[in-house]
Design a protein around this ligand. Structure first.
Ligand code: NAD
Ligand code: GLY
Length: 360
């Protein structure tokens, strides 16, 4: 059965469609007709799903192009983004045409950014195929690429016209990437949804066994949680920053290891533990917080510590480039307890160093 979640913002609205088989493009056919379509994918996902997406689109459109990028976070960069723009130029794409992402969060973010920047903004539709992209990256309009100096430093807010989630694509997702998506899902529970943590605990066996009915419920709850926050604060002037729980640490971990050692979800899980440790160090939460959080992550086989020591000062240096930093002062997402995250301004570096050191 298809689930639909509506995202309503001041200047636009769109639906997230969650299907358990097929892409069901009929639901958005009016957005597909009379325009060229470019599907942007990568060399891992395209061999698996490009043919089915093209054939499901074909009743609505015959001008379908595809552009395939190399797979991996290390290719979420200016070269890949420019190659999409070159492709659009070569094929005379104009403002009335459409991009469709087909892949994980990397492809969703890059396709969105190409759509935001081509001719100052064209339409795009997200078709996320990883769990992480289905619970988070495809929703809310943050698009972008990495800079050599840090993750997601280049980008734009640009909302999709629809999000099409086909949960059956998860059957080919490697287990490590599935766990990584669970890391971002658990994040919502730690931010402001303690009941969701209980729900995940109660259903952990089925979730880990990829029971698609449960996974579809998990995805729809996460999309709902994210939608509620994005609707209140689309451009992150306040509450949306909570969605960055664990990310300031996580992004620094990913950057310093050149995206080779930790997936995004793995780095965020470790980052959430560091945020918990820091909350305890600053006497802003109860002493059990870190342990409680680690237990939940471990239940889903997520790593809670760095596997190799990283110099804490090098991580802090990268954290200075975080988008939440204001006037050179660290602004971090911390927790009072599970489900009670908050924004803490002016966090002193000495305490951050201590938290990182105690999580190795
Ligand atoms: P990813 O896109 O690299 O996908 C992980 C791996 O799984 C890749 O090798 C990918 O090709 C493969 N894959 C994807 N779907 C598959 C499938 N169905 N079958 C087989 N293989 C498949 O990484 P990710 O974890 O999906 O996303 C992480 C990215 O998302 C990061 O760049 C992060 O910054 C971004 N992100 C963005 C937002 C946002 O709001 N824009 C939110 C969270 C994360
Ligand atoms: N993933 C963080 C955000 O969308 O704001």
């Amino acid at each position: 059965m298809m689930k639909i979640i509506n995202v309503k913002l001041s200047h636009c609205e769109y639906d997230i469609f969650i299907n358990d088989s097929g892409f069901n493009f009929e639901a958005i056919q009016s957005k597909l007709i009379n325009r060229k379509i470019a599907i942007i994918s990568n060399d891992v996902v395209a061999p698996l799903y490009l043919d089915s997406v093209q054939s499901e689109l074909s009743p609505f459109n015959s001008e379908i192009f595809s552009h395939i990028l190399p797979d991996g976070e290390q290719f979420k960069n200016q070269d890949s983004w420019l190659s999409i723009l070159d492709f659009l130029a070569e094929n005379n794409f104009n403002r009335s045409d459409l991009l469709i992402s087909l892949g994980g969060g990397v492809i969703c973010d890059m396709t969105g950014f190409a759509a935001a920047s081509w001719m100052r903004g064209i339409d795009f539709i997200q078709v996320p195929t990883s769990l992480l992209a289905q619970v988070d990256a495809s929703v809310g309009g943050k698009t972008g690429i990495n800079h050599l100096k840090g993750k997601n430093l280049i980008g734009a807010f640009h909302q999709p016209k629809a999000v099409i989630i086909n949960t059956s694509t998860l059957t080919t997702l490697p287990n490590r990437e599935f766990k990584s998506g669970l890391g971002e899902a658990i994040k919502y529970g730690f931010i402001n949804q303690p009941n969701f943590i209980q729900w995940m605990d109660a259903n952990s066996y089925g979730i880990k066994q990829l029971d698609l009915a449960l996974i579809s419920e998990l995805i729809s709850q996460c999309c709902q949680f994210k939608t509620e926050i994005v609707q209140q604060d689309e451009k992150e002037s306040g509450i949306r920053a909570l969605l960055n729980l664990g990310h300031t640490f996580g992004h620094a971990i990913e950057t310093i290891t050149q995206y080779k050692q930790y997936s995004h979800g793995e780095a965020v899980a470790i980052g959430m533990v560091m945020a918990a440790e820091l909350s305890v160090i600053l006497n802003l939460s109860n002493k059990n917080l870190r342990k409680e959080l680690e237990n939940h992550l471990q239940d889903f086989n997520l790593q809670t510590k760095l596997s190799k020591k990283i110099e804490a000062s090098s991580l802090v240096e990268l954290m200075r480039l975080d988008k939440k930093v204001i006037n050179r002062k660290h602004r971090l997402i911390l927790m009072k307890s599970i489900g009670k995250a908050f924004i803490q301004k002016n966090v002193c570096e000495e305490k951050i160093l201590k938290a990182i050191t105690q999580c190795q």
